[in-house]
Design a protein around this ligand. Structure first.
Ligand SMILES: [Fe+2]
Length: 342
């Protein structure tokens, strides 16, 4: 079996491939690593046919849907996962054929209700059920310490002790653990009594992951994160450098409109010379009266350069094909000491 481990922060994802048929799957793909998955797959001559999430992640954005769209791969999850974009839902014990590899789904609820461990060729991809020297937490939505106890002591720890484990998280860079090593040394697994284990899990006071609600929202719906929305907007519009705009203002080139999309109080405190004011919130509804000429050259500006990017992308989508966003915002414009009028 071809096996690649990809680290993004503390998150781990994996590519597993069949060396005979060149069919492959990516396990727990993360949104920022899509190009790495593609690169690794092509380096091994593999076709990514499956994007598998071991559970609904609350701490990072799954790339399963993007991979399925880009590569025509199937999104695979537990039958208990609520995401509407899943193509193939696995029940406990189901086998997924990845070329000549046989990947078995083992329902291991506890960290989340839909947590599934994937067992293939002596390797267990344990998601957040069993970590190296730890276990997943049980205090996030659908988590249940009683179920985690059953999944660990009733299922995973009964696998062949030589089974290599590959978790969805590892924060200390450790690799190469087995079920046997975890039984022997994982501190949480030393609490073999159900009541003691459950009490320990309930007493853990771990801070909520960053992006908790956003990651859940995106992973459960298959819709966009704010960062994705902004990335799409900046891919859909050109930008103008601050020095370029400053030079044009100095040369009194009046063939472009500087459109300030901040709120009125911010605009009144200081804006670019000659800037026109139309807040982002009113852009679409006032666009026809503001810009009767669709060929007008518009450069949008806001405080930090994000809202102006969304505004320029909106203008482009409405047919203003010469709209651009300032590369930067009022904040960097002020810091650069460029001309401002009040
Ligand atoms: Fe998780």
């Amino acid at each position: 079996m071809i096996l690649e481990t990809i680290e993004v922060g503390g998150c781990r994802s994996y590519i597993i491939g069949c060396p005979e048929t060149h069919v492959a799957a990516v396990i727990d793909p993360e949104i920022s690593a899509i190009e790495r998955y593609r690169g690794l797959a092509s380096r091994h001559g593999l076709a990514l046919r499956y994007a598998i999430d071991t559970h609904t992640h609350a701490d990072h954005f799954s790339a399963a849907r993007e991979i399925s769209r880009a590569l025509n791969a199937q999104v695979v999850m537990s039958h208990l996962s609520v995401a509407p974009y899943v193509d193939l839902r696995l029940d406990d014990g189901d086998l997924l054929l990845i070329g000549n590899l046989r990947l078995q789904a083992i329902a291991t609820p506890g960290h989340t209700a839909d947590s599934t461990t994937l067992l293939v060729a002596g390797h267990a991809f344990t998601g957040d059920t069993l970590l190296i020297g730890g276990t997943g937490r049980t205090d996030l939505p659908t988590g249940d310490p009683e179920q985690l106890y059953d999944s660990l002591f009733g299922r995973l720890l009964k696998l062949d002790p030589a089974t290599e484990i590959h978790p969805a998280h590892e924060y200390k860079g450790r690799t190469g653990s087995t079920i046997g090593e975890e039984i022997a040394s994982n501190p949480r697994l030393q609490k073999t009594d159900r009541a003691e284990f459950v009490a320990m899990m309930r007493s853990l006071d771990i801070k909520a992951p960053t992006h908790l609600t956003e990651a859940l929202r995106v992973n459960m719906s298959g819709k966009k994160s704010v960062a994705q929305l902004l990335a799409e907007a900046s891919g859909a519009t050109p930008f103008m450098a601050m020095t370029e705009l400053s030079n044009r203002i100095a040369a009194r080139q009046n063939n472009l409109v500087i459109l300030d999309v901040r709120e009125k109080d911010a605009f009144d405190l200081g804006h670019l010379p000659g800037a026109m004011h139309l807040p982002r919130g009113q852009l679409e509804l006032r666009i026809n009266e503001a810009f009767p000429d669709p060929t007008v050259r518009i450069v949008t500006i806001c405080e930090l350069g994000k809202i102006s990017t969304l505004a320029a992308a909106t203008l482009r989508s409405l047919g203003f094909m010469h709209a651009a966003a300032l590369d930067g915002g009022m904040k960097s414009w002020r810091e650069a000491g460029l001309a401002i009028e009040t």
